[in-house]
Design a protein around this ligand. Structure first.
Ligand code: DAH
Length: 352
């Protein structure tokens, strides 16, 4: 019996010594100390021994059990610290870390935020509106009836309304953020100042200066006794804040059906600074050698528009302006192609 016990001890200790992980250590424990483990079974034989040997062999068996238990415990600790020291060895704490890439706002968003901040400082509130619009708000309210020639300049994408409650030609993708004039004015009591940035859509062939989907920002103000001077002063302030103090602004008569009188605003060319020539004496192709670039349409809100939204034009007056935010971005960053703004290539976007 003693030989058997010694044998069990030696094998158990050598198994424990060789165990490479916690799983095999656990198996060894079961194999020797489990319910039907070798030592457990051997100890069950003790009562069969003659009484005078029982105490002595029993003591030996207990000692062996304690030795095995201690060895198991120690190995368990060794395995844990071995693992951590292996991990420690594989980490070079002095190695430089991987620098996380930090992005920045898209050029359109930068321009959008800057525009909003400038107009907010002038007391304008910012509004948002639907891109899928009715003919009513995109055209009719704006004094552009069905047969108006100015519709030709707004290549409109109409929606297929088959199987809907809308009649053909009634639903469209908005061609201008001016669509929000009617929506806001009919619900708001004057006086108010509103800025509406948003995406617009047109059936345009895409080239360096045209897109089928681009950003605009519309602004309008309704109050008593407003005049073209208020409009000019507001826009002059905005352009100088946005493009720089030296920016010159000029207004030229233009017709838009929803304003009377109407105007187009030009700013001094951002590339040649209004000189129409580049430093090398060459003519500036960005402004087609005129020194000016067209930037925005504006005017005094037409009395027909005010009437259509329930505002009395004999009491209230208003001005409105609308500009391409995408165009403002290309002018601000000196891009020569509108398509750069929708190109997802980071090598391009990182430059702005
Ligand atoms: N909505 C016009 C367009 O897309 C731009 C515009 C012109 C807006 C004159 C205005 C305005 O508010 O008064 O071409």
């Amino acid at each position: 019996m003693e030989d058997e016990l010694i044998n069990i001890k030696t094998t158990a200790l050598s198994f424990i010594w060789e165990a490479e992980d916690k799983k095999s250590l656990e198996e060894t424990k079961l194999q020797f100390l489990g319910r039907s483990g070798k030592l457990t079974l051997a100890m069950k034989e003790l009562p069969k021994l003659p009484i005078e040997r029982r105490t002595e062999v029993g003591r030996l068996a207990n000692e062996i059990k304690i030795t095995i238990e201690n060895a198991l415990e120690q190995k368990q600790l060794d395995l844990t610290s071995e693992k951590t020291s292996k991990i420690k060895q594989s980490i070079d704490v002095t190695a430089p870390g991987i620098e996380p890439k930090i992005g920045h706002m898209h050029p359109i968003s930068q321009v959008l935020h800057e525009t909003i901040e400038i107009f907010k400082s002038l007391g304008f509130q910012v509004a948002d509106g639907p891109e899928i619009e009715t003919d009513h708000y995109n055209f009719e309210v704006l004094n552009i009836p069905k047969d108006h020639p100015s519709r030709d300049t707004q290549q409109t994408l109409f929606l297929d309304t088959t199987d809907t409650l809308y009649s053909p030609g009634e639903m469209l993708l908005r061609t201008q953020t001016s669509n929000m004039q009617g929506r806001i004015m009919e619900k708001t009591k004057p006086p108010f100042r509103v800025l509406v940035p948003g995406k617009v859509f047109r059936y345009e062939e895409v080239d360096a200066s045209h897109g089928f989907e681009f950003w605009q920002v519309e602004g309008f103000m309704v109050d008593k006794n407003l005049s073209m001077s208020n409009l000019f002063a507001t826009l002059d302030y905005f352009f100088k804040q946005f493009f720089g103090r030296d920016t010159k602004v000029k207004f030229v008569c233009h017709n838009f059906p929803f304003v009377e009188p109407g105007a187009e605003a030009y700013i001094s060319c951002v590339v040649c600074k209004g000189k129409a020539r580049l430093p090398d004496g060459q003519g500036c192709s960005f402004c087609k050698r005129t020194g000016w670039v067209e930037i925005l349409g504006a005017g005094m809100i037409h009395p027909n528009v005010l009437r259509a939204v329930g505002i009395n034009p004999d009491i209230w007056s208003g001005f409105a302006f609308g500009t391409g935010l995408s165009r403002m971005a290309t002018l601000k960053f000196g891009m020569d192609d509108l398509r750069l703004l929708t190109n997802p290539d980071l090598r391009i976007l990182e430059q702005f």
